[in-house]
Design a protein around this ligand. Structure first.
Ligand code: FE2
Length: 215
């Protein structure tokens, strides 16, 4: 069974999070390989985000929430790894187009991440809505097909129920924070307004599943 490794310029090793999960694909390459699993993901976050920053706190909070969801619903470690890395596109090393989902997916791909991981990062939390606002919708879907299955919804659930500081919050609190953070009419504010009804339905669906976990 091949080992999946992720590499950064001063990098580390990432092993497959789930050796039985073929979606993890072929081994990743790099100077100093690191396993692609939740621990490797957290190590990468520590490299690209400032200690004490909201980005780091939020990313760690979303990852922790995903640990809980993955356990409760018996979902693979890929969900947790994607949750830790979902906002890596905000890192200076990754920023390019301004669409953080696309920038993050490209950055992870450049490090050798498999399609199963980059697809989740590329499409989390209604990425297509903001991509359309930015005129990047075709580029996003051409480069990173939207993943099938339930992991994308679960990842988005974890993101939308975790505050900017990494604490668990209700969907109402999360939207209030987002609308507070960006002025009315801002591209992100408009995108969230557009995506909000679908995101609320998604959160309700996942919460119903969490009330009745897999046997
Ligand atoms: Fe996020």
């Amino acid at each position: 069974m091949p080992t999946t490794v992720l590499t950064t310029p001063r990098s580390t090793t990432v092993r497959r999070a789930d050796r039985h999960d073929a979606a993890y694909g072929e081994p990743m390459r790099g100077n100093t390989p690191r396993e692609i699993d939740p621990a490797g993901a957290q190590a990468l976050l520590a490299e690209v985000f400032d200690p004490g920053s909201d980005r780091l706190a939020h990313s760690l909070g979303v990852g922790r929430r995903a640990e809980h969801v993955a356990r409760a619903l018996d979902r693979p470690a890929l969900l947790v790894t994607a949750a830790y890395l979902h906002d890596v596109g905000y890192a200076a090393a990754a920023r390019d187009t301004g669409l953080h989902q696309l920038d993050g997916a490209r950055y992870l791909r450049s490090l050798g991440a498999p399609d199963a991981l980059t697809g989740l990062v590329a499409h989390h939390t209604s990425a297509t809505v903001e991509a359309a606002e930015r005129g990047l919708d075709h580029r996003l879907s051409d480069e990173f097909p939207e993943p099938s299955g339930d992991l994308l919804d679960l990842l988005t659930y974890c993101d939308i129920t975790t505050s900017a500081r990494g604490d668990a919050v209700t969907v109402d609190e999360r939207f209030a924070h987002i609308y507070d953070r960006y002025p009315p009419g801002h591209l992100v504010w408009r995108s969230m307004q557009h995506a909000e009804p679908g995101l609320r339905q998604l959160v309700a669906r996942v919460e119903r599943r969490l009330e009745r976990p897999a046997p």
